[in-house]
Design a protein around this ligand. Structure first.
Ligand code: PGA
Length: 641
């Protein structure tokens, strides 16, 4: 249930971030204008230079897009979920301010693709913030789509795609997807007429007024049958003048073929004259609203071709049509027709060049992981002996050792070591209660499980000094050791008490490592089988099959614990096989074959390989040798031999 909620939240956030990053990157100039609007609203006006607002626009879209991809693929889960939470908190506060004071009418979250009111944006952000809190709380419940070794490919590929292919290309040419009311295919004549008839229309600010005579020629131009070139430059003073030859050529071409050519600008007479001087321009200039001009084309200058009042082409100054394109009349040339690439072909292009490679990479990665698992299974002699694949575990029991600082240092060292050299078995560390919450923060619990060494036999209440199973679980721990001989002996924990503890631990979702084992006197009297059977019957054989399957058994002969005396591999195997047989009697063969039975008692790197090679020994519960990273790692590596 919790996992489902986390993954729904993850998906919502991923989709929102990817879409929002994408539409912003498609139109970096539009995003820049929006940032400038915000700055004006905050009273920072023109203090910030254009190159900074443009960089902020590109950076923002790239970050949003990559965060979305990271969430989708569950890459760097902990870090990403923290960044997303910080970002969403900041955005929610910002949009609350916007909604309350209303300095800008549209937040610009999704560029021009989806325009929301300020209150809609705020409520959208509340939903996303809730999702961000859920994901941040349980980041590791998001299953990875791709192995850690290949995550960098996904991140770099997405970065290059959004930065260069989408934002970079859009800045150099024009946005590949145009969500504004002046996109290619727009019938300006119709839109303008509707506006004149009093309908609500986005073309209210569109007008063309001859700069020299002051005459309004909008209607003439839009109603003209045939082609018209419109050179658009909101501010001629800031226009890029590197393509003057190409522009003049197009102007001459239009003269030769009888197509009208106008330059639309919001510049003053001074600006127009300056442009005339540097370019030798002879075409007529028209005054238009500057925001409208910025909306028409994201290029200064940019060129538009109208046919019968319909926008059929748009060019940035960086890819103007050249001499070869401009031969013959427009009626018969390709330039004079609406371009063949539709929105559908552009989406197909993105699917082919961005989505498909990532899907293929993910499939290859999963296939590789699966085949690696199969190879390991087939090559490992231990597995050939043990046909049944029950979980192998090496668990550390720190007992009452390590202050908080030393414990954290050890857990960190172990975490780094095992991340760099992945274990072939499950690894768990069981620590004093006070360490749990701190260690849970950074431990990669996909690699190392965390557990307590004990928990109370009461649910809650006035039991001074006790720690309940629920409390253990709330630290982020997943395991608990119960029935350790030291607790049975020094704290008089009886089978009945342990029975309660097991029930409470399971009720709170903890996995129990249940210890059993005989004393020296009992072994010498040949009573070991009797003892372990009684211990199982007294505390865990009451469980249902389903619950028993969740238990890990640890056989620890008391005479071997901390004494340096190990049971021989044969002795251990003999009693492990016996334990498995009584589990089979109680729950059937299938359960017995699936039950992990660990050995504990002076287990170290030197004797672990021999012990672990036995068919009924599935790993170890390690005391003394779990207190040093190298010693513990040596035992874990026994599963690699
Ligand atoms: P040891 O302890 O490895 O130090 O013998 C094992 C245990 O008590 O779990």
């Amino acid at each position: 249930m919790k996992k489902l909620a986390v993954n729904i939240a993850r998906l919502i956030l991923a989709v929102a971030f990817i879409l929002s990053g994408f539409v912003k990157a498609v139109d970096p100039l539009g995003t820049q204008y929006k940032i400038q609007d915000y700055l004006v609203a905050m009273g920072l006006g023109r203090l910030i230079p254009d190159f900074m607002t443009l960089s902020a626009s590109v950076l923002l879209s790239t970050i949003e897009f990559i965060l979305g991809i990271c969430l989708l693929f569950a890459i760097r889960r902990r870090m990403v979920s923290k960044i997303v939470l910080v970002l969403m908190t900041a955005m929610t506060l910002l949009t609350l301010w916007l909604a309350l004071t209303d300095p800008i009418s549209d937040c610009g979250c999704f560029g021009d693709a989806l325009v929301l009111t300020n209150w809609q944006t705020f409520w959208k952000n509340i939903v996303l913030l809730t999702a961000a809190v859920i994901v941040w709380r349980y980041p590791l419940l998001m299953p990875r789509l791709i192995g850690e070794t290949n995550q960098w490919i996904v991140m770099n590929y997405s970065g290059v795609f959004i930065l260069l292919v989408i934002a970079g290309r859009s800045l150099y040419t024009l946005p590949q997807f145009d969500f504004r009311p002046y996109h290619v295919g727009t019938d300006l004549r119709q839109g303008w007429q509707r506006m004149m008839e009093g309908e609500d229309s986005p073309y209210a600010e569109f007008f063309m007024e001859l700069a020299d005579e002051g005459e309004d020629i909008t209607e003439n131009v839009l109603n003209r049958e045939g082609y018209t070139f419109l050179l658009v430059s909101p501010h001629l003073e800031q226009a890029d003048d590197s393509q003057l030859d190409a522009l003049n050529q197009i102007y001459e071409y239009s003269l030769d073929n009888g197509y009208p050519f106008y330059c639309l600008t919001a510049s003053t007479e001074k600006g127009i004259n300056h442009w005339r001087n540097i370019t030798g321009a002879e075409y007529p200039f028209c005054n238009t609203d500057d925001i409208t001009l910025k909306t028409i084309i994201r290029s200064n200058p940019g060129l538009l071709l109208l046919k019968d009042g319909v926008i059929i082409r748009k060019w940035s100054h960086n890819n103007l049509p050249d001499e070869q394109d401009l031969t013959g009349e427009l009626e018969t040339s390709e330039l004079g027709q609406l371009p063949s690439d539709t929105v559908a072909t552009k989406i197909l292009w993105i699917l082919t060049w961005f989505v498909l490679p990532l899907v293929l990479l993910t499939l290859a990665d999963r296939l590789w992981a699966w085949s690696g698992w199969l190879r390991k299974r087939n090559n490992n002699p231990l597995n050939k002996e043990k046909v049944i694949m029950r979980k192998k575990i090496v668990a550390g029991n720190w007992k009452m050792n390590m202050n908080l600082q030393d414990g954290i240092a050890l857990a960190k060292e172990l975490n780094e070591t095992l991340k760099a050299d992945k274990p072939n078995c499950g690894v768990v560390i069981c620590t004093p209660f006070i360490h749990l919450a701190s260690i849970a923060q950074f431990l990669d619990q996909d690699i190392i499980g965390l557990g307590a060494e004990n928990c109370a036999d009461k649910e809650k209440g006035a039991f001074t000094g006790e720690v309940s199973a629920e409390m253990v679980k709330s630290t982020g721990a997943q395991y608990v050791i119960l029935g350790h001989s030291e607790r049975r002996e020094y704290y008089k924990e009886t089978p009945e008490i342990l029975k309660e503890k097991v029930l409470l631990a399971q009720k709170n979702g903890l996995k129990v490592i249940f210890c059993i084992g005989e004393s020296l006197a009992e072994r010498e009297a040949g009573k070991q089988n009797e003892v372990v059977k009684a211990e199982l019957e007294g505390s865990v054989f009451n469980l249902s099959e389903e619950d028993f399957r969740k238990i890990v058994i640890a056989y620890e002969p008391i005479w071997a614990i901390g004494t340096g005396k190990t049971a021989t591999a044969e002795q251990a195997e003999e009693i492990h096989a016996y334990i498995r047989s009584i589990i089979a009697e109680k729950y059937g063969n299938a359960v017995a074959e699936d039950t992990t039975i660990l050995y504990g008692g002076s287990c170290k790197a030197s004797n672990a390989p021999e012990l672990f090679a036995k068919p009924d020994i599935d790993g170890g519960l390690i005391g003394g040798a779990s207190l040093k990273c190298a010693d513990f790692k040596g035992i874990i590596d026994a599963w690699k031999k």
